[in-house]
Design a binder for this molecule. Sequence first.
Ligand code: G3D
Ligand code: MG
Length: 515
Amino acid sequence: MSKLELFNGLLKNFISVVPDVEAVIVSDDEGLIIAAKLDKSLEEKTDSISVLSSLVNPILERIRYEFSFKKFGTASFETEDSRILFVSVKDNATVSIILNTLASIDKTAPYAYFLAEKCAQILTEDNINRIQIYIPNFEYDERQEFDRLKNQIYQMRLAKGQYKFKFIIVGDHTVGKTSIVMRFVENRFSTDYRATIGLNILTHNYKFLNTVINLMIWDIGAQKFFQRVRKTYYQGAHSAFLVFDLTNRSSFENLENWYNELKGFISIDIPVVVVGNKTDLSKERKISYQEGVSLANKLRASYIETSAKTGENVEDAFSLISYHYIVKSQLEEEKIVKENLISEINRIIDVKGKLILSFIGLNKYWNPALQLFTEFRDWGEMKTLKNEELEKIYSFNDKVIVQNYINHIGEIRESDGVLFIFDARNKKSIDLEWRNLVINGLDKMNENTSVLIGLRTSEDHTQTGVWSRLIEEFNLNEYLEKKMISILFFKITTEYRLEFLDQFNTWISTISSFL
Ligand code: G3D
Ligand code: MG
């Protein structure tokens, strides 16, 4: 099979499995198409892929610039007729997925990452015959839906860095648990079978996208007499594989018991993947794919089928669970920080009746601060009071007012907090324009306003000296002597979502200390 044939098969599978996809384009750095596929309905309407790529390329250009795209991994963009999800593939290619406007980015994302990983394999591997182009079912948690602000570019990221997690692999005796683990960890299938005695713990470092994942795999013996001690093995598990043998119906029927035992021992809700093993024995298969999917759905788990013998999908099964784990830990961290923020804001509203915040920046398309705020629904629906290109005002039940001004200082006299955002990437010096904007703002705001100044930074700002020089250049002391205003500078890096939430906490605490 040639690389192109593999790509075609892969993209075809992708379109048939993932809902709401209109087209997929894999392109290189220069925007040249490596492979592309249109959905059938679109094939009739559009006479060529180049029409689509002329839609995608200019946006991609801009995103590359706006986001230092290569570092980010993904971005999405909304137009009137579609949503486009971009995922970078290694350093020099991009997958662009064109979705209809009804599509959910959050649901598409796991598939998109998976697709990008597969494209990378096809582009880089010498022995392409080993590559599986099957797209597994990633349905997992429908609660993770956020409303997204229209016409805003936003990014999702898989945090770079390291994750350590413990996961347990359970299921009936001889379904293939140990074989799956051995295949994954050592890429070896052993027919010299020994029943796992109690517990087998293996650690394995594994790279998933840009993230190093340190897995501690607990392979637990299924024998009855281990039941009493299994509880302790389950403690602290971050995720679980529930394995059954596709050729053995009772192992399938027992899966629910395993699930219940797991839920009984672990109080928190951990991601679970149901694994149907031994796909190589297709003639002896007793459980259909559909049956597997139904059970997984019932258990709110993902489903994947593997063969420890041939290696089919084994690595993907681990990718699937790693993905869930990373997303989940990020969401949890975010949730805690958000809850703090909300309770602090509520305290201010209790005292003052209202909180007014203003965002001032120079870029119409990049406003993560505003975007984060629009996700809060704790004070009721967001109402748009003003919607002009350079001036937007939103009200949350008249309790929290958020104003966004581009390139000018709007009506900020009543604001409790003002946040400036500047793009300092690759800059050794600040722009005069930035300083003028801040000085102009300081002049207009009341005493006791809390000011945040966020500077987007790039890698070279980690060099000592550059960052502090940028701040010194603002040189605002003479203005601050005249007025009681608190100013705090902060860096905006690729980890911006959490950074913003953290900074918001400081910002809001300062405001509440002025009460
Ligand atoms: P367990 O750890 O769940 O108890 P094991 O299961 O991994 O020890 O495997 C039990 C038996 O199933 C072994 O066979 C093993 O070789 C076989 N097996 C595991 N995975 C697969 C698979 O994907 N395909 C096939 N065909 N066989 C598999 P023996 O014969 O040694 O008992
Ligand atoms: Mg075993």
